[in-house]
Design a protein around this ligand. Sequence first.
Ligand code: ME8
Length: 514
Amino acid sequence: MKKFYLTTPLYYVNAAPHIGHAYTTVAADVLARFKRLRGESVHFLTGTDEHGEKIEEAAKAAGKTPQAFADETAAKFSGLWPKLDILHDDFIRTTEPRHERRVQAIFEHLLKTGDVFKGVYKGWYCVSDATYFTDTDAPPDEKGRRLCPNAECRKPLTPMEEEAYFFKLSRFAKPLLEHYRAHPEFLQPAHRANEMLRFVEEGLHDQSITRSKFAWGVPVLSAPGHVVYVWFDALLNYITAAGYNPPGLAAAAASPAGAFEELWPADVQFVGKEIYRFHAVTWPAMLMALGLPLPKTVFAHGWWTVEGQKMSKSKGNFLDPMEFVDGYGVDAFRYVLFREMPFGNDGDFSREAFKKRYNSELANDLGNLHSRVAQMVEKYLGGRLPEGRPVDKPTAQGIDVFAQSEKVAAAMDKLLFYDALGLIWEVVRALNERVDKEKPWEKAKTAPGQLPALFFDMIWSLRAVSVWIQPFMPATAAKMQAQLGFKGPVSWESLKEPPAGAAVKKEAGLFPRK
Ligand code: ME8
């Protein structure tokens, strides 16, 4: 059975993880948890990108071997994910034999088919971005310097002339354009897809994919002294980790028959917008060269600035996710990431905005609602909802909760996490309004007979909220569900079950005010 396969980029091990890395990885986790909740079988891959000149230089600066240096930083990534409640199924490091062997076999195979060929590379190279540029890509500036054309980087480029192997990228411009047109869901969001389309329409250059001036990379078997270009190496992780057996791979190293087909093609690949060209152009061309199907969707999200500024080494303003996890709890951090800016756009991460959102939406809207309703059920109904079905279905101030659930699911499926949270908060706010309007404490005196049906409806709606927020805030969802008398494992469909006879109790608040 094919699994829902989703991936994040492989993060470079030259520096510790920050909120940018956390963002993409939590996004993948949110989708993975949503799919599991819907009953799908999921495979979620993340990992680290460990080769290349940049890592070699960083290791040298730290006085370590590249491998020892990579081991240390990779552990920071793999150690952070459980603290962010990320449940990945696999963590690949590009220095692992399972990856390196496959990269080597793929290289030799493409050399045979002619999509990889030998030539001389002459041009410019940005060590920091690990990207090649031609004379025209990077014309000299007013001072005659060649700087990296990436506005975020602008570091001096290194002139390069070396014998190298090339990937025949130019051959794939036409098939790529055909694929983009035939599969509008392939590149998302749409505005970034247009950029890629325009780029490919201008024609593609063959790409140098080996280096011979340094050693920290996957060695090319048939060309001693050459190592595989870090991007060509790293992009392949999405299939090497999935157990792709390239022609020529030693039988002892092969994964069992059918294992790869269970995962590939990937369903969603998440990346940041700055590496979209590699994922929207180079990567699918590599897959075409291998005769493999393309991922269904490659989604490029936007970038966070921090307190209005780009995060950078020189500014020393990389935000550590643990600052927020320690201060507010992991769920609040996961929530704010997707509530503060629409997924796909750029946005600013500020401590003040975080605190405000935490207090108004989590402590006030959701936390208060949950505790006051649970408390009233304890007080007025002795902590137990009536048996039977006093209402047909939950309605929050006129919102049909079941219909809303379909809308939330549709937004999640379309990766519109911000919209999904918006729909969920419509219900949270409506429920708060309902309490204010119906004033159960007055009804307890004037019309106590109405309370069982009212709370039955409210708890049912709250249970739905707890299921919807589960992908974003798994620990909070679990706390709510325990207090709302949910029995057994919860799935997306569980919200349809009427809470007949449920035992409701109020425990410590979900989100203490800060
Ligand atoms: O590019 N806002 O690794 P990397 C949002 N190794 N997301 C951000 C971000 C920010 N300010 N900063 C980083 C590489 N990210 C390559 C990838 S894939 C085969 C190889 C996230 O460590 C975002 O996902 O520089 C971005 O694409 C990724 O981290 C870059 O991580």
